[in-house]
Design a protein around this ligand. Sequence first.
Ligand SMILES: [Cu+2]
Length: 281
Amino acid sequence: MKTSIKYLVAIFAIAFTFVSCSNDDETTVNELDGITKIKEITNDTHTIELYSQMGSLEQGYNEISLRIKDNTTDKYIKNAEVSWAPLMHMTSMSHSCPYSAVEKVTENGTLYSGYIMFQMAQNETEYWDLKIDYTIDEVTYTITEVIDVPASAKRKVNTFMGSDGTKYLVALIEPNTPKVAINNMQVGVWKMQNMMTFPVVDGYTVKIDPRMPSMGNHTSPNNVHATQATTGGLYDGKLSLTMTGYWKINLQLANAEGTVLKGEEITETVTASSIFFEIEF
Ligand SMILES: [Cu+2]
């Protein structure tokens, strides 16, 4: 009799394990909170769903998520190793852009995510495509599809040659929804190593000077220049916006020694820097 009770307990324990496993599938529904599908890309074996907050892509910094669905079973793959490579096809040449690795969002989920910073927009004859390579149970697959990258309405990217002869890319990430407040600001800084490789630049400072050109070019108090918290990461600062309207965020990029490589200080006679972001709200 005692043994049968033990068996019962064991069976309950096993049943519980299965119940909690199947709950994982239900939580995957919440993975899509706050993101909208951009498009689906299909090859013979899988369908890849691309997502972003806006449900579209745009010139500049884009956080992109994806899911991989098995075309045969209709199930989402949880154990893939994923990488991607964006490529712009221009009339005279092709090039890539800054982009991150693709990481699993949660261990038991189906979502993978990373960022891509498209420094240029598409036009009638020049376009971006996205190649996604993925490995499932040691089998590798690939998929390539043209993606829509329209120009941003306001300037969110600066691509320029620094006084050190290096080509840099500086992109605005936050604030996405600016407020009359001291906004958290996030900026990305990369350099062009070659046409295909754009590593994060470490230890620099992005100096900011927000101005309202329509109102005597006034600035705002309590801004904090953007610096990097962790090597290989993005840059954080504080952007003070004292009223709604059009702001030009004048920039200066300084290296680890404090030498300004590009951009000008705003004075009575210099009313704008050669590198800047625009915000209107
Ligand atoms: Cu291009």
